[in-house]
Design a protein around this ligand. Sequence first.
Ligand code: BDR
Ligand code: CA
Length: 318
Amino acid sequence: RRPVILDVDTGNDDAVAITMAATHPAIELLGCTTVAGNLSLEEATDNTLRVLNAIGRSDIEVHAGLSRPFAPTPYAYGANEVDGVFHQNTLPVGVSGLQPRSWHGVEWLIETLRQTTRQVTLIPVAPLTNIAAAITVAPDILDSIDEVVLMGGSSTFGNRTLSAEFNIYTDAVAANVVLNAGIKRLTMAALDATHDVLVSREDLHRYRTLGTLAGDLVSAVTEYYIDGYEASAGPIGTASSAPPHDALCVAYAIDPKVIDTTDAFVEVDTVSPYNYGRTAVDFHGNRGEPANVRFAKHADSALFHRILDECLRGECRA
Ligand code: BDR
Ligand code: CA
C-alpha cells in the first residue's frame, strides 16, 4: 500500500479526496494536515474530522496547520465573486466539534517524514502554506517524499481570477517555494486536467444506492457542491455536474494512468496586478530552465469514475 499524507482545506472536493484515500486498498492514509483556504483553519479542520468520522475512519490522524498564507493576495483581477458559494462553513455531514490531535500540522508533517523509513507520497489539495513551511524549516524531509501530487494551477484560464487557480492564487508565495524546492517528482493536477472530469447528479444517485458510508458521504457532499457550481457563473460544470478537482490527485496515486503529464518549468506570478497567482507554464523551454513539474494536461474521466466507484463500493478499511 502506498503511504500517503493529505494536506486539505475541506471543502467539498477535499472531502471526496479524503474519502477515496481512506477507503481504497492501494492507499495507506497516514494522516491529514489542514490549512486555511476554502475556509478558515478551524472550519477546514472541523470539516475534515467530520468527514473521517462519517465514513468510520476517525482513527486517521488530523493535525491543524497554518491559519494564514505567507503573503496575502494583493490583486484579484477579474475575481470570481461568486466563489463564496463553495466556501461553506459546514459540510452537510457528520457531527461538529471533534478535536484534532495536539501536534501542529507542520511539526507533525516534519516529524512523520523524519521518522519514517518509507517513501511517502504527499498530496496537497489546498493552498501550499503548510508544505512550503515544512520544506523551509526542514528541507531534509524531501528525502522521504517519493512524489508530491498537488492540485493547483492552470496553463489556460483561472477559476479564482481570470488567470489564477484558487489554491495557487491563495498563497502564491508558498507555491513558488514549493516549485523551487527541488522535489524529486512533482506532479501538478492543474485545472487543464481536473476540468476533464465531472461528477453528475446521476452519479450521486448511483453512490446513494451502494449502501456504504463512503457512498452516502460522497453523494451528500457532491450534491451540495453541484448546487454551488450551479449558482456560480464559472465556465465549467453545468446545472447537473461539477469537477471534483482534489479527488483527481488521489485517483492518480491509486492509478497514475488517470492523467497524462508533460514536463514543464512552472513558476507563479507574484508581481502583475492582472495575473497575480497565475502559473506560467513553460512546455517548450523558452525560459531556459529545467522542468520542475510533471504537468497534467488531461485526465481520463472514465478511469477516474471506475476508481471512485471502487472506493465507494468497499467499506472503509483501517
Ligand atoms: C481548488 O480550489 C478549492 O476551492 C478546491 O477545494 C480545490 O482544491 C480548485 O481550484
Ligand atoms: Ca481543496
